[in-house]
Design a protein around this ligand. Structure first.
Ligand code: ADP
Ligand code: 5GP
Length: 208
């Protein structure tokens, strides 16, 4: 069975990651988005089990202790983590799994899965980032300020990613993202197919 790819999408809060993911999932049935666990409170309109699995700090620490998370990190005072078993099952079923996670988590994923594709999404400028964060209207000015400070730190880690995507024109950015993942998927399938073929040939040759 062909294996699916693992793609990490990171970027400053307000860069448009959520918007991009939504559009990407509408494009193909083969994409699936991992739902993270978090200790932060739900925003208006968010549902438990849809945007996140909302956990208490104790519940989250229990998940860490039981090794149920593929990776986790602290971000602006809250825990965020990727449930392990769901991601592994989806990849084994050939699905292309998307993780929308921050930079520490991205680095940990790369350590565990060196073949994972790491993509960093940025708006065209800092001014545009502030405009999007303010325009979304979901955070207080204090939280926006802490997210801008965090973005300044995150900008230092952009080099760790395989690709930088500028989310200026949304449709153009979705198309680029789709192409990057599809080419990683093709590469993985072709490699697996070739490895299977030559292993079989060598086994036969050995027996002859
Ligand atoms: P993130 O998930 O990275 O925090 P969101 O997807 O919530 O960001 O996007 C932040 C805001 O920016 C939203 O109001 C969204 O509609 C807007 N947005 C996203 N992409 C674009 C784009 N390409 N051009 C203009 N506005 C955008
Ligand atoms: P938000 O509170 O805006 O939903 O998310 C804050 C940050 O946490 C974003 O950068 C988001 O990508 C990141 N994040 C969400 N889920 C996870 C996760 O499972 N692991 C890690 N490491 N970061 C996550």
């Amino acid at each position: 069975m062909s294996k699916g790819t693992l793609t990490v999408i990171s970027g400053f809060s307000g860069a448009g990651k959520g918007t991009l993911m939504k559009r990407l999932l509408e494009r193909h049935g083969n994409y699936v988005l991992s739902i993270s666990a978090t200790t932060r409170s739900p925003r208006e309109g968010e549902l438990d089990g849809r945007e996140y699995f909302f956990k208490t700090r104790e519940e989250f620490e229990e998940m860490i202790a039981r090794d149920q998370l593929l990776e986790y990190a602290c971000y602006v005072g809250n825990y965020y983590g990727t449930p392990r078993s769901w991601v592994e099952e989806q990849m084994a079923a050939g699905r292309d799994v998307l993780l929308e996670i921050e930079i520490q988590g991205a680095r940990n994923i790369k350590k565990k899965y060196p073949e994972a594709l790491l993509i960093f999404v940025s708006p065209p400028s800092a001014q545009e980032l502030l405009r999007r964060l303010t325009g979304r209207g979901t955070e207080t000015p204090e939280v926006i300020q802490s997210r801008i400070s965090r973005a300044a730190e995150e900008a230092q880690g952009m080099d760790d990613y395989d690709y930088l995507l500028i989310n200026d024109d949304l449709e153009c950015c979705v198309g680029q993202l789709d192409q990057l993942i599809q080419s990683a998927h093709r590469r993985m399938s072709e490699n697996l197919e070739f490895a299977g073929k030559i292993t079989e040939e060598l086994q036969k040759m050995k027996g002859e």
